[in-house]
Design a protein around this ligand. Structure first.
Ligand code: ADE
Ligand code: ZN
Length: 347
């Protein structure tokens, strides 16, 4: 298999047009300031910012918590089923433009149920958008219910129970929010319940937290993918295990930059992880807050780390392999990728 080297412009065009799966994106993190202001006005919610520009100017984060404080405040404008639908539909239009063919997306019900919004309101709006995305845009999308790790295990279990009447509308559970001080073990019973219900399991681990959190996400929670996982680089035994067992990492480079996990993108370890044979994928995390959707993550990471077309193809194949879809769908996506490579003269 020879992979001709492409010019920088050709590489950008290749990566942008390439079919890909997005496996780490919080739908609340796709709420753009313009829509946030429109929903605030519609629902009579007062935002502590005078304008869209003032809000964007506040997106200057020093760590994960400094982001989460603003992110949860922004989510307060979401109140009706239509609000959730509109937010998700806006994401799907952007995903289509970035040639995303498959998306497994997080939602944070506790952020909304704590304000009196029902589980049904949330999931029905999101699900309507994902059904429409499949019918009109050809994007297959699935939902993953995330537990907020700064809250208790009892609250996580109650959230999953509230979701039971809608279990046909989400495929799995995840774990997000403030990582440090909230190790995966705290949620062992909630994840065991999810396993018994036949749900897939993922968890944020090793974003700010130590490699031990990644071990526990795998061994205690049964996580099948690790969201972020960049701190695995500090543990060679873990790196070998991730590579050997093909446990995928859903890496989000622009998020890591904006939340000061890395000082510059040139310092990002994504290239080293790929070289170590780990099933890395590139994702956007909270694109409305971190400066770009999935293609922008590809473009900036490829430029900073001097990655090539071979890396691009590996990242796309990893995204399909690590998804929770059927083998038939994976074969369909890989065939789309083959066709894309062929028309680009890359074999
Ligand atoms: N919720 C939304 N984005 C998150 C992130 N990057 N880490 C943890 N929780 C999140
Ligand atoms: Zn995330």
């Amino acid at each position: 298999m020879s992979k001709p080297s492409l010019s920088p412009d050709q590489l950008v065009a290749f990566v942008c047009g390439m079919p890909k799966a997005e496996l780490h994106m919080h739908i609340e993190g796709s709420l753009e300031p313009e829509l946030m202001f429109a929903l605030a006005q519609r629902n009579g919610v007062e935002l502590p910012y005078a304008s869209v520009d003032a809000l964007r100017a506040a997106y200057d984060f020093s760590d994960l918590q400094s982001f989460l404080d603003i992110y949860y405040a922004g989510a307060s404008v979401l109140q009706t089923e239509d609000d959730f639908y509109e937010m998700a539909w806006a994401y799907f239009l952007r995903a289509k433009a970035d040639n995303v063919v498959h998306a497994e997306l997080f939602f944070d019900p506790q952020t909304h149920t704590a304000r009196g919004v029902s589980f049904a309101t949330i999931i029905n709006g999101l699900y309507r958008a994902s059904q429409q995305a499949q019918a009109e845009l050809g994007i297959r999308a699935q939902w993953i219910l995330c537990f907020l790790r700064h809250l208790s295990q009892e609250e996580a279990v109650a959230t999953l129970q509230a979701g039971l009447p809608h279990i046909d509308k989400f495929i799995g559970v995840g774990l997000d929010s403030s990582e440090l001080g909230h190790p995966p073990e705290k949620f062992s019973k909630a994840f065991e319940l999810a396993r018994m219900l036949g749900l897939r399991r993922v968890a944020h681990a090793g974003e700010e937290g130590p490699p031990e959190y990644i071990w526990a996400a795998i061994d205690v929670l049964g996580a099948e993918r690790i969201d972020h996982g960049v701190r695995a680089i500090d543990d060679t035994v873990l790196m070998e295990r991730l590579a050997r067992e093909r446990i995928a990492l859903t890496v989000c480079p622009l998020s890591n930059l904006k939340l000061c996990v890395v000082p510059t993108l040139r310092d990002h370890n994504l290239g080293k992880m790929l070289d170590a044979g780990i099933a890395v994928t590139i994702n956007s995390d909270d694109p409305a807050y971190f400066g770009g959707y999935i293609n922008q993550n590809f473009i900036e990471t490829f430029a900073a780390l001097e990655l090539d077309v071979g890396h691009a193809i590996t990242l796309a194949r990893n995204s399909f392999a690590a998804s929770f879809t059927t083998d038939a769908h994976k074969a369909e996506y890989n065939a789309l990728l083959d066709a894309w490579c062929q028309q680009a003269g890359v074999y």
